[in-house]
Design a protein around this ligand. Structure first.
Ligand code: CAA
Length: 379
């Protein structure tokens, strides 16, 4: 066991750090305020290879490991979690799912443009009545011989408006329950597919979240991923990796807020000294630093297991559970350390606090992570 990053990992982390400072930081407050999708920045992240990081180069990706992905996600999320969620969803839920389970034709047609950043993807599992209870799919994909007829509504879909390729989970045979669910590749523009209005959110306001409506959408049979009835397993397997991405996002939100609080505490004066000389502040910083380091190690462990083809469902759920709770606690403390300044937008920490909340909810709430972990430990 060793705790050193390779040259390549350090280089990609530095590239993400530089990109976050020079390209994401300017305008991040305005994008949050006006719910503006970081379109230009996402395009540049595609050019840097951040949108298909773990996809082999022959399919348009960067051929990197999951450790590098965690490093990039942390750096981007320190500055702009609205931009980093695009990276997370595109990499772990869409590209990974297609690369691992898609047919060669699906990879050539859909994965190559997604991994190279020419197109963006969305993962469509949640529904008005199927969030945590994901087996309870109401969207239907009726088998019509050479195509499926897709009907239903998906909710809270990240990249909902900007994506071109959507992986849609739908029920084909209700009598088989979750064994009757399929995952279908749906293209924007297919007749009967409409995108609802953008959600007005508490946090990650720059990210593009929509509901999607499908009315008699004809999806060709060749767009089904895997065997008939594989859709629910497909969703669960892709979410295992997705949770590493969101864990790293939460880690970045936490470490971004911590770095701001640390800097501020060394400058702000009160009672005749800098506030970093006060034990009340020192103890907060000590707790933040310790918890962030623990969250980072959990993220890296999950990524390492994935890179080494070892089971990582429990590790990714632990990383997501812990890192998201650390993100919430740390950002609240960062606002507290900033006092009144923390409550206004210019100091960034209030946005990070709002952004932290979603990491306890999406890609499986903290309660769902506890279900996954407890089932594993009780096996
Ligand atoms: N890998 C493979 N198969 C898995 C699996 C995994 N990790 N987890 C479950 N399964 C399989 C089970 O083996 C079972 O199949 P069999 O009957 O063949 O054995 C099937 O899936 C159903 O599993 P359960 O019986 O455990 O189902 P459950 O209803 O009790 O619980 C759950 C499942 C884990 C709670 C699941 O519903 C879940 O993960 N819910 C949360 C969903 C979620 O994370 N949504 C996030 C939306 S995506 C998002 O947020 C993206 C974004 O935009 C950022």
């Amino acid at each position: 066991m060793h705790f050193e990053f390779s040259e390549e990992q350090l280089m990609i982390r530095q590239a993400a750090r530089d990109f976050a400072q020079t390209e994401l930081k300017p305008g991040v407050i305005e994008r949050d305020e006006h719910q503006k999708f970081p379109a230009e920045q996402v395009k540049k992240m595609g050019e840097l290879g951040f949108l298909g990081m773990m996809v082999p180069t022959e399919y348009g990706g960067s051929g990197m490991d999951a450790i590098s992905y965690v490093l990039v996600m942390e750096e981007l999320s320190k500055i702009d979690a609205s931009a980093s969620v695009v990276v997370s969803v595109n990499n772990s839920l869409v590209c990974y799912g297609l690369e691992k389970y898609g047919s060669e034709e699906q990879k050539q047609k859909y994965l190559v443009p997604l991994a190279s950043g020419q197109k963006i993807g969305a993962f469509c599992l949640s529904e008005p009545e199927a969030g945590s209870d994901a087996t309870s799919q109401h969207t239907t994909a009726v088998d019509m011989g050479d195509h499926y007829l897709l009907n239903g509504t998906k909710n809270w879909i990240t990249n909902g408006g900007t994506a071109s390729t959507y992986l849609v989970i739908a029920q084909t045979d209700p009598s088989k329950k979750h064994h009757g669910i399929n995952a279908l590749i749906v293209e924007k523009g297919m007749p009967g597919f409409t995108v609802g209005p953008k959600e007005n959110k508490l946090g990650i306001r720059g990210s593009d979240t929509h509901s999607l409506m499908f009315t008699d959408v004809k999806v060709p049979k060749e767009n089904r991923i895997g065997e008939d009835g594989f859709g629910f397993k497909f969703a669960m397997k892709t979410l295992e990796g997705g949770r590493i991405g969101i864990a790293a996002q939460a880690l970045g939100i936490a470490s971004g807020a911590y770095e701001l609080a640390l800097e501020y505490s060394k400058q702000r004066k009160a009672f005749g000294k800098t506030i970093s000389d006060l034990q009340a502040i020192q103890f907060k910083l000590a707790d933040m630093a310790t918890q962030i380091e623990a969250a980072r190690l959990l993220c890296l462990k999950a990524a390492w297991l994935k890179d080494h083809d070892q089971p990582y469902a429990q590790a990714s759920s632990m990383a997501k559970l812990y890192a998201s709770e650390v993100a919430m606690r740390t950002t609240i403390e960062a606002v507290q350390i900033h006092g009144g300044y923390g409550f206004v937008k210019e100091y960034h920490v209030e946005r990070l606090m709002r952004d932290a909340k979603i990491t306890q909810i999406y890609e499986g709430t903290s309660e769902i992570q506890r279900i996954v972990i407890s089932r594993e430990v009780l096996k």
